[in-house]
Design a protein around this ligand. Sequence first.
Ligand code: ATP
Ligand code: MG
Length: 326
Amino acid sequence: METIITGIQPSGNLTLGNYIGAIKQMVNYQNDYKTYMFIADMHAITVYQDPERLHKNIREVVALYLACGIDPKKVTIFIQSENPYHANVSWMLECVTPHGELSRMTQFKDKSSKHLNFNAGLFTYPILMAADILIYDVDYVPIGIDQKQHVELARNIAERFNKKYGETFKIPDVKISKTGKKILDLQDPTKKMSKSENNPKGVIYMLDDEDVIRKKIMSATTDSECEIKYDEENKPGISNLMNICSSMSGLDILDIEKKFKGKNYGEFKTFVADVVIKELIKIKEKYLEYLNSPELDKILEDGAKITTEIAKKKYLLVKERLGLYR
Ligand code: ATP
Ligand code: MG
């Protein structure tokens, strides 16, 4: 059976972009793959997080995974910082990663320009992500397109390491959903919807109330035409809503164009709001049940134990390959 892994940073409230780009894919794949899902809390601290808020966010992300339909019997769920080997392997990978390659990462360029006095962790973030992936010898990493460059870096690191020190890592590939690869900010469809940076008006949070979701969708930026037609370049706002609609309803883009031929943007937006609300409201109800359940702690304890054992083996192998042994 092939293996997949994905993680989300507890750096804020999860968005519809996180749901469509990452979580929803995992819900579909969990029956067909050996699956790992983690809370990337060590990635989150690459920019300042209020410790108390971070602590709460970590649990909230786990509860959301479960509420979305991630089945802990099929998926190993764990908190990154509860497994000490990720950071250890990351250090060793850091020492085989060219500085120049790392400085080409667009997420770093983007985030470092927004954080005055950004820290070194923001720069080395992709190497920790490479460790997260390479430790588990995964075949695929389901993500949004914004993380594709980081998986490509992980591939390069693995290939280079294998060549220099002998076969150690499996080479991973990405899995990117067609219509959910990049959900855009509703107010500014030139940038991606993000949990930690954007204006909240342009971001649908998974736990937003029904009326808030409706308002955000109804006031999404569109264009001066009135045709519901997919055109990323000239109609980014409408195309974004079409992608959201397709991901949430299962209708493909052509079906949506046909269904809304001759209809106005208001009618289309109402339909999009309906399908988004229908799915997110169900998730929210379940989320509240999971949040304080002891079951959640048991799942995390099992996850930490299982993944620490696997990671320790890989850590020892990498150490040996590098000559770090007595
Ligand atoms: P941050 O602003 O803190 O970076 P984020 O919203 O980008 O938060 P991440 O934790 O960095 O979320 O990413 C988690 C997963 O969600 C990744 O697989 C990422 O590719 C995916 N993702 C994030 N935003 C989007 C989006 N707008 N569309 C599709 N996928 C997304
Ligand atoms: Mg991000």
